[in-house]
Design a protein around this ligand. Structure first.
Ligand code: FES
Length: 105
């Protein structure tokens, strides 16, 4: 088990345990983290799992796919470290990852 730290826009923290291979989005839903909705179930087509990956974990989180890049392009509150959390799978290299969340939709 690894840890994910979700930080809501208002600063509220949620520290959750995640299985390797589980998406960050699914883990957030399993633990009822506010701000991650996951409307499309992880198909990279809704953008409701938007989060910001802290610099330390960006390399380990992997590259964006073309589909993810297209979804995020022009999304509300897009930042250089924006990712769709459904597209990032947990691994031991991501233990302790910090995911900040944009303002609620
Ligand atoms: Fe829909 Fe991530 S859950 S894009």
């Amino acid at each position: 088990m690894s840890k994910i730290i979700f930080i809501e826009h208002d600063g509220s923290q949620h520290i959750v345990e995640a299985e390797s291979g589980e998406s960050l989005m699914q883990c957030a839903l399993n633990h009822r983290v506010p701000g991650i909705v996951g409307d499309c179930g992880g198909c990279c087509s809704c953008g409701t799992c938007h989060g910001y990956i802290d610099t330390h974990w960006q390399l380990a989180a992997g590259e964006q796919s073309d589909d993810e890049r297209l979804m995020l392009d022009g999304a509300d509150h897009e930042q250089p470290n924006s990712r769709l959390t459904c597209q990032i799978r947990m691994s031991p290299a991501l233990d302790g990852i910090i995911v900040r969340l944009p303002p609620p939709l």
